[in-house]
Ligand binder design. Structure first.
Ligand SMILES: Cc1cc2nc3c(=O)[nH]c(=O)nc-3n(C[C@H](O)[C@H](O)[C@H](O)COP(=O)(O)OP(=O)(O)OC[C@H]3O[C@@H](n4cnc5c(N)ncnc54)[C@H](O)[C@@H]3O)c2cc1C
Length: 609
């Protein structure tokens, strides 16, 4: 077998990688042990959320597929942080778990230049200083110019239920037993990480009548502008832990694989297990839990926020301490998985290995956690694998252009020591990288790389022009004594309220375009300030920071604070080069220093957004 590009894995990174490479016209093999698992959501059946939805909008703007699959199979959609500023507003879509997977599989199978190959990849085949292909455990070999590894949690995976463990990539699936060794033999250093997932509960054993119901947005929201037919068919619900839950966990910590010292891998700090939450936030009397269905006619609900590595018999008791779950029956128990990941500092900005040209990697194998992070990297790696096979220069997404750029820059420049999850606070450009303007920022790139067709390109450009014209119109339209744009900047005003004024000449914009107009006018002052602020950073390389009281600097990440205290850099430039210091930390330092000297604290306005 011979292909231009081999994509190993059919998860969220593999789907985007294979789709993007195929769209660029090369022949693609997608290799995985079981094609029925393409697009499986092993954790919660939801796409989006803070920092993540922005990436899904960006994937869509660049010509990827995650937003389409999510919209197509949505059963609930809600904009989180809707009452806050546009920089942190984020769409979260609940999906039919099986529907998502079958839509993803249908999509891959419908692309004529993708061939699905069933098998476990055992070894990377190396030719003259570059990759040549792969071999499978059944002895077959496949040659290719480039290979994209999207192997998720499977590399030497071990699954834990309390202290019981066995080798597995995730529940019910065999691990990748040989690939770690092959990566080491080709000069790659590996990290060991862990993550966990909550229990799934039999839906008819839950008393939904005592739970708080959360309904979908009205009007409905979507990633693509085409919400699926079932998007408002199901609510989600809220419950919470109780003092009994906490007491039970604290009395049994020694039985937790994570606390018993059995698991050596590091877990995601921002996606902690329930044991972690109870121990780390011991002053909290309750932790909020989200009850999420994985289909309309589901027999199972997912308990977001309750991941655990305590043994199954304890999980039964723990779950019954939650309001509404007194009679609950667990259908699938929570578990943790430990796996190998590539140290991403061994990759360049195109996601190609610096050690083995032609080898790319994307998703959880690069140390990230989450579908959206995986999909975004898959897209970039897939484009570059295709371009490598066509001897074209690689593309990259600059940090100042998109969340995807921030994530890849963070990974390859700074490296990680725990699973990386995207957060709005990681992105110093968050006021500029909003979900509402992803098309404006990225469509041009998707088009020039060959992922966006002429028709979509002109539809998007026409919409961008309509929004721009409307902004100009409102800046010149007098409604009584004030300009329409001035009225819109008032806290209580919205585009909707302008439209209710008799004197307002109506436009024919879509709801989405009206929202964009509103954001552009309402928040222009903040956005301009942020732009100036970022520009001025360039002049501050030699700014002295040695006598700053780090504890007083607001907006620093925990890792950033620790690194600054450890290394005490003298200048901002020196701080910038310390591993663990994010660009958002540099911004926080700059804002604090400037605030001290000029008596202004720009952070205040940033937080209001
Ligand atoms: C237990 C668990 C808990 C999780 N918890 C969270 C969480 O709390 N928050 C969060 O955001 N995300 C969580 N996730 C992570 C989320 O599911 C992943 O980040 C995301 O699915 C990663 O996508 P991926 O494409 O990198 O890999 P996956 O979706 O894992 O896909 C990997 C693919 O590679 C294939 N494969 C692996 N090795 C080989 C091989 N040698 N040969 C051929 N094929 C191979 C597999 O069969 C599979 O198709 C969790 C995942 C698991 C399993």
């Amino acid at each position: 077998m011979k292909f231009d590009v081999i994509v190993v894995g059919g998860g969220h990174a593999g789907i985007e990688a294979a789709h993007a490479a195929a769209k660029l016209g090369v022949s693609v093999a997608m290799v995985l042990p079981n094609p029925d698992k393409i697009g499986l959501m092993p954790c919660n059946p939801a796409i989006g959320g803070p920092g993540k939805s922005q990436m899904v909008f960006e994937i869509e703007a660049l010509g990827g597929v995650m937003g389409k699959l999510a919209d197509q199979t949505a059963i609930h959609a809600r904009t989180l942080n809707a009452s806050k500023g546009p920089a942190v507003q984020s769409l979260r879509v609940q999906n039919e778990r099986d529907g998502y997977a079958s839509a993803a599989r249908d999509l891959i199978e419908s692309i004529s230049n993708i061939q699905i190959v069933r098998g476990e990849v055992a070894e990377l085949l190396v030719g003259k200083e570059k990759i040549n292909g792969i071999s499978l455990t059944d002895g077959r070999t496949i040659s290719a110019t480039s290979v994209v590894l999207c192997t998720g949690t499977f590399l030497s995976g071990v699954v834990w239920y309390g202290k019981q463990h066995r080798e597995a990539g995730r529940q019910g699936e065999a691990p990748a037993r040989y690939l770690s060794e092959s990566l080491k033999n080709t000069g790659h250093e590996l990290l060991r990480f862990k993550t966990g997932t909550p229990p799934r509960i039999r839906a008819d054993s839950v008393n939904f009548s005592v739970l708080d119901e959360v309904s979908s947005d009205n009007p409905v929201s979507s990633f693509t502008g085409n919400p699926g037919a079932k998007v408002s068919s199901s609510p989600t619900w809220l419950t919470h832990t109780t003092p009994q839950t906490h007491a039970l966990i604290l009395a049994n910590l020694e039985h937790s694989a994570m606390y018993g010292g059995e698991i050596e891998g590091r877990g995601p700090r921002y996606c902690p297990s329930i044991e972690d939450k109870v121990v780390r936030f011991s002053d909290k009397e309750r932790h909020l839990l989200f009850v999420e269905p994985d289909g309309i006619e589901t027999s199972e609900v997912y308990l977001q926020g309750f991941s655990s590595s305590l043994p199954p018999y304890l999980q039964d008791d723990m779950i019954r301490t939650l309001p509404g779950f007194e009679q609950a029956v667990i259908q699938r128990y929570a578990y943790a998985v430990e796996y190998d990941a590539i140290d991403p500092t061994q990759l360049d900005i195109s996601l190609m290995s610096k050690k083995l040209p032609g080898l790319f990697s994307a998703g959880q194998i690069n140390g990230t956690s989450g579908y959206e992070e995986a999909g975004a990297q898959g897209l970039v790696a897939g484009i570059n694998a295709a371009r490598f096979s066509q001897t074209q220069a690689p593309i990259s997404i600059p940090r100042n252009l998109a969340y995807i750029g921030v994530m890849i820059d963070d990974l390859v420049r700074w490296g990680i020591d725990e699973p990386y999850r995207m957060l709005t606070s990681r992105n110093e450009y968050r006021l500029l990288h909003r979900q509402d303007n992803a098309e404006d920022r990225l469509t041009e790139f998707g088009y020039s790389w060959g992922l966006i067709d002429d028709q979509k390109y002109s539809v998007v450009n026409e919409s961008i022009a309509r929004v721009k014209n409307e902004v100009t119109r409102l800046q010149n339209l007098r409604l009584g004594v004030d300009l329409a744009s001035k009225i819109l900047t008032r806290t209580e005003s919205s585009y909707d309220s302008l439209e209710q004024m008799d004197t307002f000449p109506k436009s024919n914009l879509s709801l989405w375009e009206k929202k964009k107009v509103e954001i552009l006018i309402k928040y222009s002052a903040y956005v301009e300030r942020s732009e100036r602020e970022l520009e001025s950073r360039k002049d501050f390389e030699s700014l002295k920071i040695e006598n700053l009281d780090i504890a007083k600097v607001s907006g620093l990440s925990i890792e950033g604070k620790q690194a600054l205290l450890k290394y005490s850099p003298k200048t901002l430039g020196a701080a910038q080069r310390i591993r663990g210091i994010r660009d958002s930390d540099i911004n926080a330092l700059l804002v604090y220093s400037k605030g001290k000297s000029r008596k202004i604290d720009i952070n205040v306005s940033r937080e209001t957004l």
